[in-house]
Design a protein around this ligand. Sequence first.
Ligand code: ATP
Length: 212
Amino acid sequence: MVVRGFFGGTFDPIHDGHTQALTALTQCIAVDQWHLLPAAVPPHRAQPAASAQHRLAMVDIVCQQHAGWIADDWELQQQGPSYTANTLQQRRQQFPQDALLFVIGMDSLLSLDSWYNWQQLTELAHLVVLPRPGYSIRTMSATIEAFVTAHRCQANDLQRSRHGGVWLADIPQFDVSATAIRKQLAQRQFANLPLQAGVIDYIRQQQLYQNL
Ligand code: ATP
């Protein structure tokens, strides 16, 4: 079965936490294509600091360095907010026979029940949850715990069915956040940033995040 992975986010900017996590996942599961999906207007978040066009451009720079990764502008083409359930519904129609994975961080899992039509997500795709420093499964609400218990699966199961599982990915944690990176950039500190070199060059050329 073809396996397609989707990784949605603000990507403001895309950082090594995102890329290292996807690389680690690729060592556990055979994903044919990764779609990196910048969100247009993330419903639960403050507005991004960089425009949609810049965030997509940075995702594209990273994808060019990784075979099988594509910058997917579908959410940016839609009117209004980006809802994952809507995106996955569209993808399910487009790829009816494939296994679909949707990747989220542990921080996102803990507040998943605030997402639009969140219980529909596993009817459309598998959820793959990345561990993240500072966010523990032990602090799940009773609602999320019941959901995870009902759907929990192992890595191998993701390639055997098209949707329905929640895999708590057994990969290392990467202590990187876009918020910390934006703070560093606002102070014009360009050394030791957990960003791909091409992304740093782009940020410098476009003078992003430097007047926050
Ligand atoms: P911000 O600091 O602006 O909130 P972020 O670093 O969380 O941003 P996003 O683009 O919002 O980055 O993240 C997209 C997805 O990737 C989310 O599901 C988030 O939980 C997850 N994610 C981001 N960074 C990490 C990380 N270091 N480890 C695990 N998951 C992560």
